[in-house]
Write a protein that binds this ligand. Structure first.
Ligand code: IMP
Length: 426
């Protein structure tokens, strides 16, 4: 390698977990670099299904080390519960999870304020978040009021910061006559000091750890959560998550430099889905979306929410190729498209002022864009047993070749089911 980035090229839920799991075989360390327990990575190992929210899926491979970088926001309660769940299922996590001492932690008031913001004025200003406190935690980080993992060990500073933040949140929530939140700073201090003690054996200076390993030639996999179109800078702002889900975030969120990156792999579904609110030009009519949702089991791994479904958006995918510098694509869930007579790929958008081929910054405009589609013949055969390129029906091969052409990016893998072996390697 030595360092590879793998990330979502759409709005999340592309099936990254399976590819992270596959590529972990070639890495010693797997690093999460942004997001938090808003992510839900589903990995199927034999008959067992694991849904991981914070712990990198590399942990399912004996001997590999899972790292949470400084760019992640950690909900300690959720992380410790996840580790306990893995241990209960026979996964030995001892000494195999390392946490950056610079990562910020999520506190209950982040969720309180997020719920308030999502619900105020009857939800008029909602983003449809996962309500895991992600946005408010990154807001505290940017406004320099956040609490980092390392701060859990400085009692006086921790107590002061919690008191000040609870005070601020209470002021904010009650200023228009709202109810005072049920937040006890002393109890929070005790709880988070205790979390610190339990996390202490996993703490690391992740920047130093990864750089030392890279200098030795140790292969490292950087695992993105969510997807490029949810990136706070490059996504469909403000309908985004609050972190850098694109390739740049892999560097700032783990503390390594660009010289180490040899490969940037974008995972994309053979169609498009989105959870939560925001523009989605290729969204399908409800009846067709319902069929695809059922066939593809398109329900959120974290919240269980039904995902919105649509045709493949070549414009969004090209945007992801450019801003991540993607070297290869992994196309997932193509098996779900079996049985459809015609498949559509958007190659541009029609707007009130003409045709555009690039993803616009204006979110309102994106919401009004009408996709320009090219239609492709579908196939009826099940693809779940295909293991080689030549096993795929000609129509499926043509559809995939067209994706590679539109994005000017080679396809490295095609996934035809959730099992580890249901993968065509090109
Ligand atoms: P947040 O990350 O909880 O703040 O949510 C912001 C937006 O990102 C919402 O539209 C969520 O539905 C979406 N989102 C967050 N995490 C994921 C994910 O793992 N998969 C898909 N969408 C996500």
């Amino acid at each position: 390698m030595p360092a590879r980035i793998i990330l979502g090229a759409q709005w999340g839920d592309e099936g990254k977990g399976k590819f992270v799991d596959l590529l972990t075989r070639e890495a010693d360390y797997v690093v999460r670099y942004q997001g938090g327990s808003n992510a839900g990575h589903t990995v199927v190992v034999g008959d067992e299904t694991f849904i991981l929210h914070l712990v990198p899926s590399g942990i399912l491979h004996p001997g590999k080390v899972g790292v949470l970088g400084n760019g992640v926001v950690i909900d300690p309660a959720s992380l410790l519960k996840e580790i306990e769940g893995l241990t209960a299922r026979g996964i030995d996590t001892e000494g195999r999870i390392r946490i950056s001492d610079r990562a910020h932690v999520i506190l209950p008031y982040h969720k309180t304020i997020e719920a308030f913001e999502e619900e105020r004025e009857g939800g008029a200003g909602a983003f449809g978040t996962t309500r895991r406190g992600i946005g408010p935690a990154y807001r505290d980080k940017a406004s320099r009021n956040g609490i980092r993992v390392i701060d859990l060990f400085d009692e006086a500073a921790l107590r002061g910061r919690i008191e000040a933040n609870v005070d601020w949140v209470s002021h904010w929530l009650t200023r228009d006559g709202g109810r005072r939140p049920d937040l006890d700073p002393a109890a929070l201090f005790d709880q988070y000091r205790d979390f610190g003690e339990r996390l202490a054996p996993m703490l690391a200076d992740v920047t130093r750890l990864l750089n030392e390993e890279l200098r030795k030639g140790t292969p490292i996999l950087l695992e993105g959560a969510q997807g490029t179109l949810l990136d706070v800078d490059h996504g469909t702002y403000p309908f985004v998550t609050s972190s850098s889900a694109s390739a740049g975030g892999a560097l700032t969120g783990s503390g390594i430099g660009p010289r180490w990156i040899e490969d940037v792999i974008g995972v994309a579904k053979a169609y498009t889905t989105r959870v939560g609110l925001g523009p989605f030009p290729t969204e399908m009519p409800a009846d067709l979306a319902a069929t695809l949702r059922d066939q593809g089991a398109e329900f959120g791994a974290t919240t269980g929410r039904p995902r919105r479904c649509g045709w493949l958006d070549g414009v969004g995918l090209r945007h992801a190729v450019d801003l991540n510098g993607l070297t290869r694509l992994a196309i997932t869930k193509i098996d779900v498209l079996s049985g459809m007579d015609t498949l559509r790929i958007a190659t541009g958008y029609e707007t009130e002022t003409g045709w555009i081929a690039d993803f616009p910054a204006d979110t309102g405009l994106l919401g009004r864009c009408r996709p320009v589609y090219e239609d492709h013949a579908g196939w009826q055969e099940s693809l779940s047993g295909c293991r080689r390129w030549d096993d795929l029906p000609a129509a499926a091969r043509r559809y995939l070749e067209r994706i590679a052409e539109i994005t000017a990016t080679p396809i490295g893998w095609v996934s035809v089911g959730s099992g580890r072996d249901q993968t065509i390697i090109l």
